[in-house]
Design a protein around this ligand. Sequence first.
Ligand code: ZN
Length: 289
Amino acid sequence: MTPAPARREPGPCIISVAITGSVPQKADNPAVPISVSEQIESTHEAYEAGAALVHVHVRGDQGEPSSDPERFRAVQGGVQRHCPDMIIQFSTGGRGRALAERGSMLYLRPDMASLATGSVNFPNSVYENPPDFIELLANELRKYSVKPEIEIFDLAMLYNAQRLVAAGLVDAPLHVQFVLGLKNALPARRSVLDFMVRELAEVLPGASWTAAGVGRHQLTVNHWALELGGHCRTGLEDNVRFDERRLATSNAELVLRVRQLAEERGREVATAAQARRLLDLRAAEGARA
Ligand code: ZN
């Protein structure tokens, strides 16, 4: 008798927190951290609430999108001091940032950086990622040993990621993020996520994944990711409300909500050290043997 195939238990869930978006929100929430010190403090609270990875955009003095490497360096240093081994991920995304600026801080060697593998319409703009720019960013990531998080805003981006692996521009195993619920891009439909998760397993075997829901879809997508064995993203970049009645008071509050949800569903929440192993990342500076 052939034994039944072993059912794979989903491992621990990594909670990513996207603390600050790249553009001022229409419905601005004063809890969104803008200055470097606010960003470090907000990250620290989110880390203590259970986040293992922080996704970082920086802003200028007037709250405008910024590419200033000094700002990235200051946030990186503060997070390293306050949140031992937390995974630091810089955004190379960029509403309001010129293509040439978007990778200008990668020499700081964050643990990870986002890499969108195609262009897509955003609610009020085009998010431009031409093929040669994607390759250029991939080369920069490789040059500084930064692991990409492949951002999937539209289906073609999944297969483009596969092509980057086949061309030797990025290394497997990949980590991808599915972004759902952004107007003009992928809708927050369970069938869409189910399909993409199945396709990912086929075209990029061994890849890990996170799902992010934008706006009011945040919590729903957290539920789906927990059920499907993926990782969760939350934070004020994607959603500034706790529910329809009130604004979220902090990034930590949103992290805590995912943590509770994970625990209710029997998913362990990954510590930062566990998350590093799951994502195949080097140990944190200072934690190295
Ligand atoms: Zn972002």
